[in-house]
Design a protein around this ligand. Structure first.
Ligand SMILES: Nc1ncnc2c1ncn2[C@@H]1O[C@H](C[S@+](CC[C@H]([NH3+])C(=O)[O-])CC(=O)[O-])[C@@H](O)[C@H]1O
Ligand SMILES: O=C(O)C(=O)Cc1ccccc1
Length: 243
């Protein structure tokens, strides 16, 4: 499920009018490059998602990849769980078009079912594993608790949730340090200071990160009892939630 070419992301390099970030066709076209150059540890994060999934998913039960974009997470899961059936959900038609194009590859054929829907109201039942890889951060904060409660209710006994989020830090100095390091990372990946600033402004009202404690409390309130952090790279954190 990998793309034959990976177009370079220069979306925020030109003189574009300021608008909120949207997952449209322009973004979908450059998305693999954008994620690789914007998320510290992205290739390793994807590999680890496959490894963790292979240990914690319930065999024979469907896996839900919520906010699947072009299917990078689904592809990593399939590499480790070739028999898995994945329901891949995204509400951006441009992303799902890209995903469908990739499904032509033999490993994914018949194994991934693309669904164009809002994860806030997509039905989830009988799930052996649910993955939210950098997706909850785009759901309005007021809707996050109900969503996680509903997702937990959609898991079979023994099922698990994998959550990955961009986070903020409660201490202002630590937050400034982590944010500065994330910007350094992006500069090192070839983005200009102007591109970084413009994308930040575009994401402001769209991607709402929260701190680690807020996420862990919400997972507990949703009914999960075993909550483990298995990934952190600067301000990007991954959890496994069970029980
Ligand atoms: N309410 C929603 N309902 C459905 N989809 C949504 C919603 N809000 C946002 N999305 C979708 O969530 C995805 C977030 S990207 C996830 C990467 C992916 N997991 C990957 O394996 O490459 C991460 C990022 O852009 O930082 C986009 O495709 C949105 O359309
Ligand atoms: O670029 C950022 O600041 C991010 O948090 C990662 C990201 C990647 C792709 C779309 C939106 C955010």
């Amino acid at each position: 499920m990998s793309a034959p070419t990976e177009p370079h992301d220069s979306l925020f390099a030109g003189a574009a009018p300021p608008t909120d970030f949207v997952f449209d066709q322009q973004v979908a076209r450059v998305f693999p490059d954008m994620l690789r150059r914007s998320v510290p540890g992205w290739p390793e994060l994807l590999r680890l998602l496959g490894l963790v999934a292979a240990r914690v998913s319930v065999p024979g039960r469907p896996i839900y990849d919520l906010g699947c974009s072009l299917g990078a997470t689904s592809a990593s899961l399939l590499a480790r769980l070739p028999q898995a059936r994945i329901v891949a959900v995204d509400n951006a038609p441009a992303m799902l078009d890209g995903l469908r194009a990739r499904l032509a590859e033999p490993v994914a054929a018949g194994r991934v079912r693309p669904v164009c829907a809002d994860i806030v109201d997509v039905p989830v039942s009988d799930a052996g594993l649910i993955v939210l890889n950098l997706t909850l951060q785009f759901v309005p904060p007021a809707a996050r608790q109900d969503l996680l409660r509903r997702l937990r209710a959609g898991l079979v006994p023994g099922g698990a949730l994998l959550l990955v989020e961009k986070v903020i830090f409660p201490d202002a100095a630590t937050d400034a340090l982590m944010d500065g390091l994330h910007q350094d990372f992006k500069r090192g990946q070839g983005y200009s200071a102007l591109e970084i600033a413009r994308k930040r402004a575009a994401l402001e009202a769209v991607l709402v990160p929260e701190d680690i404690e807020t996420h862990e409390e919400r997972l507990r309130a949703a009914g999960f009892t075993r909550i483990e952090r298995w990934f952190q790279c600067l301000n990007f954190v991954g959890w496994l939630a069970r029980g």
